[in-house]
Design a protein around this ligand. Structure first.
Ligand code: BV8
Length: 236
């Protein structure tokens, strides 16, 4: 049975799978109904937003109303709150934009791909809570430029502060977990292999054996639902 020591320097990377048991569909689940003909990699881009801001805002608004606002943290999220309190050195990096780790009670979360409940303006990155009346394209109250979701679109750079914090944690960890992620999107997907090369013990928690980089090395694969596996991991 896996036991973690209080003095272990832990890094956890989470993906959409950790929120699946909270009712938020993962990216690789078929997008339901209205949106099934769209590909997230097509919609989650700045060019798509500039070409059709209403379509992209409608998609994000649908995700917020249909899933994010109704989602409650599950035992996997709750376990990571306990880990943050227990370990002297703990870093949580999430690819998820659903805010569920913060809702669960984690204090320091690297929201590597942003947060769907925030918006920022095209002009100067002025930030706001998600606000949209009807089908309008909201404008920045400071500089009057268009507001877009405050998420990292494909082919956009990761926020440099988040990138630096994540890189530093991965380069100084003893144990690295990739939880509920297919390990397909970079640079987040590169962290497991980087940690492993630097000598960390690496674990994948997933219902399926995804995460290509983890198949070539001594990564331990813990098959199952994150909400069932994480609470069972012992802390010594
Ligand atoms: C960048 C926010 C520099 C938006 C997201 C070619 C090769 C390599 C890289 C690239 C390439 N071409 C372009 C790139 C770079 C690109 C990339 O990686 N593309 C991929 C697709 C090849 N990356 C970028 O663009 C990044 N920026 O690199 O900047 C640059 C600049 C210019 C030009 C080039 C490079 C920015 C990427 C950020 C994109 N934004 N989200 C939004 O959410 O709308 S990505 C989004 O998709 C998520 O945030 C997440 O990262 C990803 C989805 O992945 P997962 O979270 O893993 O979810 P998925 O559904 O795939 O898997 C779920 C897993 O859970 C499954 O394995 C399943 O089995 C498991 N599961 C299900 N249920 C459970 C479970 N596990 C446990 N328990 C359960 N109950």
């Amino acid at each position: 049975m896996l036991t973690l020591k209080k003095t272990d320097r832990i890094v956890v990377l989470t993906g959409a799978g950790i929120s699946a048991e909270s009712g938020i569909p993962t990216f690789r689940d078929a997008m339901e109904g209205l949106w099934s003909e769209f590909d997230p990699e097509e919609l989650a881009t700045l060019s798509a937003f500039k070409r059709n801001p209403k379509l992209v805002l409608d998609w994000y608004e649908w995700r917020i109303k249909a899933f994010v606002d109704k989602a409650i943290p599950n035992p996997a999220h709750q376990t990571l709150v306990k880990w943050e309190e227990y370990f002297e050195n703990f870093t949580l990096i999430t690819q998820n934009v659903d805010g569920l780790h913060i809702k669960a009670g984690n204090k320091n979360v690297i929201e590597f791909h942003g947060n769907i409940k925030r918006m920022k303006c095209l002009g100067h990155n002025h930030k706001f809570a998600w606000v949209r009346k009807g089908e309008e394209i909201p404008l920045c109250s400071v500089c009057n430029s268009m507001l877009r979701p405050d998420v990292v679109f494909f082919n956009e750079m990761i926020d440099p502060n988040n990138l630096q914090a994540a890189n530093k944690a991965v380069r100084n960890c003893d144990v690295f977990f990739a939880i509920g992620t297919s390990g397909m999107v970079y640079p987040a997907a590169g962290y497991l292999e980087e940690a492993q090369i630097l000598g960390a013990k690496t674990y994948v928690v997933n219902t399926e054996h995804h995460f290509p980089a983890s198949k070539r090395d001594s990564t331990v694969f813990l098959r199952g639902k994150a909400g069932e596996i994480l609470p069972k991991i012992a802390l010594s």
